[in-house]
Design a protein around this ligand. Structure first.
Ligand code: ZN
Length: 229
């Protein structure tokens, strides 16, 4: 078994994917719609363990996995798809190639430690050890470019502090989601040398969709799956 990890940029637009409703290529790999699973993504802290019947969720008449922002699978040739434009996609790979996960962590997901909850679910439901996980953090908005109103900022900071996560050196009313997610991965037990950063700000890079910059509903897609080849 191998793990297939993919972070898309503007070339991989979720909106076109949904308009086409067809199998699609990422690089030279053909991904079948019937092998893909899409979460509804409602800024929740809900994690969902996929089964075979979830294949194709989000395509045609098969509805997205409702009310969740993180997907886990142990099923070969099932691709988990996350869409973002400033929020962070986090893809988790088990070194033993038994399971993978895809997480959508924006301000709410990060405030609620969705990535930590996903790793807990991996431990509890599938007996995955955190030290076996490789975490890929994709492109998202950086702390310099992500500003919120004062009330939102204080609430986010309070929630993070209550959970023992440091805010770091950010200016007034700025939020550094990547720093928060990194701390959450470390706290869950992922070794620091197994956290792989894309280190790209979607707001700065013209190669990526940025909701805050563009104010559109375009989103880049990220995918992870176990493939038996
Ligand atoms: Zn930036």
């Amino acid at each position: 078994m191998k793990t297939f990890v993919f972070f898309g940029d503007k070339q991989y637009d979720y909106r076109s994917l949904m308009a086409n409703q067809k199998d699609f290529y990422v690089g030279d790999r053909l991904i079948l719609a019937s092998q893909s699973v899409i979460a509804e993504q409602v800024a929740s802290d809900k994690v969902y363990l996929c089964s075979k019947k979830d294949n194709g969720a989000g395509f045609g008449s098969h509805s997205q996995i409702q009310g969740v922002d993180a997907l886990i699978t142990a099923i070969p040739n099932q691709y988990l798809l996350i869409r973002t434009a400033d929020c962070f996609p986090i893809l988790l790979e088990d070194k033993k190639q038994r399971v993978v996960a895809a997480v959508h962590s924006g301000r709410e997901g990060t405030r609620l430690n969705l990535v930590g909850k996903t790793i807990n679910a991996l431990k509890e439901k599938l007996e995955v050890m955190a030290q076996d996980l490789i975490a890929y953090i994709g492109a998202g908005i950086c702390g310099e470019h992500y500003t919120v109103d004062e009330g939102t900022w204080r609430f986010y900071n309070e929630c993070m502090e209550q959970q023992g996560f440091l805010i770091g050196k950010v200016p007034f009313c700025h939020i550094d989601l990547r720093a928060g997610i990194t701390q959450q991965l470390l706290a869950a037990g992922v070794p620091s040398d197994q956290i792989v950063h894309k280190n790209t700000c979607t707001f700065e890079s013209p190669l990526y969709f940025s909701y805050r910059r563009d104010k559109t509903d375009n989103r880049q897609i990220s995918l992870i799956g176990l493939i038996d080849e």
